[in-house]
Design a protein around this ligand. Sequence first.
Ligand SMILES: [Zn+2]
Ligand SMILES: [Zn+2]
Length: 405
Amino acid sequence: MTREISTDLDSGTEDAIRTHVDNYTATLLDISHRIHAKPELRFEEEFASTLLADTLAHEGFRVESGVGGLPTAFLAEYGSATAGPTIAIFLEYDALEEIGHGCGHNVIAAMGLGAAVAVKRWMNLCDDTVGRLLIVGSPAEEGGGGKNYLIKSGCLEGIDAAMMLHPSGENLSSMRTLGRVALDFEFSGRAAHAAVSPHEGINALDAAVLTLNAIGLLRQQLPPDVRVHAVIREGGDAPNIIPERTAIRAYVRAPDTRLLVEDLQPRIENCAYGAALACGATVTITKQAPTYAGIVPNSVLAQLIERNFARVGRKTDPPLTEVFPGSTDMGNVSQIIPSIHPNIELVPGLGMHTHEAAALAAGPAGDAAVVDGALVMAFTTVQLLSSPGLMDDVRTQFTEGIRVD
Ligand SMILES: [Zn+2]
Ligand SMILES: [Zn+2]
């Protein structure tokens, strides 16, 4: 049970934040639309990251680009960690193949920028320095696990609370997601004429098929909320040649990230090792992308977000009782830093990664989310920076999870 916390915000501060966002809305929407009009894939978000970093530098943030070894990542900070907590707002800005900003990351970037500028302007008017605001430009959420590189480089050390908002088909103060391991299996055998001398060959396709069958049987003994899905990426070249090289890519997902990496992943890998052994082939297993950990939401941050959704006139839907069956690298952040990853509605029931979502992300619904989302995160950040008791509650509710590669 989480105890009730104070979600108060004095009316003077609330009005000031509203004015700061109001004054900046034209710029925010322009930036949202420009990023939307120039979709960039994972690790290639040069236009978006430069636009956002330059805008923050212009606002007086200290900006460092290329952090974590990623050219399109950046940190922008304001204030001082010696004066109070460090509150981080994460921006995402990568797009998808074929459907551009069908995940609405242009909205995420603009919302976070709006919150950043509003909080910074509020900090300017405070009598004392209240802490440190850190804006994290995090590339390659879509399949690249960009936040993993930032974590491993150490540049997220010292953050006391982290947040971002994601466009969606509902207003949710918090959500859990599945962790995900992405594995590549490469099987090696020996080519032979499939009719003349099949007995001289070692069939790498048999090893791949046997692996899939083994995984299929293993499903019976997997927890019901685990997902395993795979494709054959290389299956041989011609029927009259015993395939000497084949490849499978598999995703394994589970809500419990520790179970995923310590138990499920080795069991799936053993399916391939066993299959290769049975066929006389060999298998090499590599990770196709960094592992995504499941989101562990901080319930104190969730209470603040829920109250602040109400402040902008958005009623939150009841928290999902089940884990959302997708994955995000914000999960990795949430395992080591108290975090929140709420959803903000574009239209009810919207499915993301669709042409419809891409169109909405640059239309009136996306624009409304930019303004409301900036307000929600600015209110939440100001509450955390100005109330040490709240930060104590955030820390008390947090239990460190697992770091994954
Ligand atoms: Zn997405
Ligand atoms: Zn997304």
